[in-house]
Unconditional design. Structure first.
Length: 184
């Protein structure tokens, strides 16, 4: 399936999700994530700070933000920087995403697990992002375990990939549990 078609399909699915349904789905997905060995063994976790139309990370960070060292990305030109998560040090940054303040960036090699956002995933761990390539550039330099998280309707049969696309190691979908992707 072409990426543009997938983005339209998923946008329609997101429009159907109510607030309570979205919160419940996020709880189920992040409870499953917390049960994964890769998560339990990770000390340093990079997670996205969700936009209103994404599977929310906000409640997860509010409840579990102190059980590990969490980091958030910050847009710097065409790349992402990684900074420690501190609720008191966030500002509205690029693309209206809350991003961390400060100069205490961390190298991607210091991250054990990355929770990767996407518009959609397939059963091989391929992903469709928002089209800017930020996470593909970041993941290309990472050895961390990568986990995509999503609503069920964000799962598609297959995604046309390009050479620069980086799949995730695992996907956690709301009603489907965990399935293994693949890394190039």
């Amino acid at each position: 399936m072409k990426k543009a078609d997938i983005r339209l399909k998923v946008r329609a699915g997101k429009a159907m999700i109510g607030r309570d349904e979205g919160i419940a789905a996020a709880e189920r997905v992040f409870d499953t994530l917390r049960s994964m060995a890769a998560y339990m063994m990770a000390d340093r976790v990079l997670i996205y700070h969700s936009l209103p139309d994404e599977l929310s990370t906000r409640e997860f960070l509010a409840v579990h933000g102190s059980e590990k060292q969490f980091f958030l990305p910050r847009v710097n030109g065409v790349d992402l920087e990684i900074l420690p998560y501190d609720r008191s040090r966030l500002h509205l940054g690029a693309f209206n995403i809350e991003e961390p303040d400060g100069d205490d960036t961390v190298d991607i090699d210091q991250i054990d697990l990355i929770v990767v956002p996407a518009v959609a995933y397939d059963n091989a761990g391929n992903r469709v992002g928002r089209g800017k390539g930020y996470y593909d550039r970041l993941l290309r330099h990472s050895r961390a375990i990568t986990v995509g998280v999503c609503y069920d309707f964000q799962l598609v049969d297959s995604i046309e990939t390009e050479e620069h696309d980086i799949p995730v190691d695992f996907v956690v979908a709301d009603g489907h549990g965990i399935f293994r992707g693949r890394r190039k």
